[in-house]
Design a protein around this ligand. Sequence first.
Ligand SMILES: NC(=O)c1ccc[n+]([C@@H]2O[C@H](COP(=O)([O-])OP(=O)(O)OC[C@H]3O[C@@H](n4cnc5c(N)ncnc54)[C@H](O)[C@@H]3O)[C@@H](O)[C@H]2O)c1
Length: 348
Amino acid sequence: MDDFVCTLKAGAVTRVRFTDMKGLSEHLSSISSALFVADENSSYAIPENLSDRCLVLSSGEEHKNYDSLFKIIRKALGLKLSRSSRFVGVGGGVVSDMTAFASSVYMRGAKLTIVPSTLLSMVDASLGGKSAIDFDGVKNLVGTFYPADDVIIVPALLKTLPEGEFLSGLGEVIKHAFLTKDKSLYHFLLENKDGIMARDEETLGKMVELSLKVKKEYIEKDPEEKLGIRSALNLGHTFAHALESITNYEVKHGIAVAWGLEMALAMGVEMAVTPADLKESADGLLSLYGYDTSLRIEKDKVPIFRSYKEKDKKRDSSGVQFITLSGWGRYVKVVPDDNLIAKLVAKV
Ligand SMILES: NC(=O)c1ccc[n+]([C@@H]2O[C@H](COP(=O)([O-])OP(=O)(O)OC[C@H]3O[C@@H](n4cnc5c(N)ncnc54)[C@H](O)[C@@H]3O)[C@@H](O)[C@H]2O)c1
């Protein structure tokens, strides 16, 4: 595992470092003026001697709200933190998004470290600077772009992660494997299933590094998602968001993304954009890791599926744009017609 840096804009550099539990403990203990934010499942990663500077929030997306944000800011104020102090988010994407948001607005911007503790937050939420809370039922409605200068990856933290959360993160990793012309991540996933599923630290560290480097390729070219490049990372997400909504979020995000990847490539093949052998490579990898790509929606639910799809952010005047691939790492935006979507997602 090699440390690396990601440059988002002049003066905003994220240093990504890999370490073990001992290294993490030493690093956190060395920060002189800091607030540590975790949730009840990730707080074990913070050394006990730092407990008076630690805020432990309730876990879950339902707590990604202004109540939690205010708790973070009040705790920072109670600790008399200044702009030169550091907010350290130790947790999954919910904790890191909220800690980043609080850090971005506290005294107009304090320092930020993210220690992601889920696979999804290691390969996705930790890098790229998006911070947010949900508001009035709308996910990530209120937020900022505020990259951490420091991201610490500790693969050992994944040992305690429930299997469903692990597979959810792995869905995003598989998506990244097809978003790059360099097939290293794809081959790594094909060849290291046993080590990955056994959560071997070294293997996971390498996988996270390869996956993060794919995200880095896109966000460095389009840090604030204004050029249409970074949005390629949304491959599979329009299908995924509709599936998550229709199942009332019972299907976890990354598992919905894995299904969405399959749907997006099937759509590309139908539209004569995606080569069939690329879709076959994705089918093979998804089934190797046990993702159910055969899932289809009851016919009478397709109109509801369409309405959720319409609510998705990726819309222009011609309709809802979907991302698909015309080759390894070559993304294309398409606007499929509703009959094609129904044909792909509905049970026959
Ligand atoms: N900022 C971004 O670019 C970005 C990207 C993707 C997702 N997100 C956000 O991330 C969130 C989803 O992240 P997530 O999947 O990590 O969810 P999460 O933070 O809710 O974590 C999932 C569950 O795992 C638990 N957990 C965390 N670390 C653990 C550990 N080491 N051992 C055992 N349990 C642990 C949590 O308490 C929680 O119950 C969403 O709010 C999403 O909007 C942000």
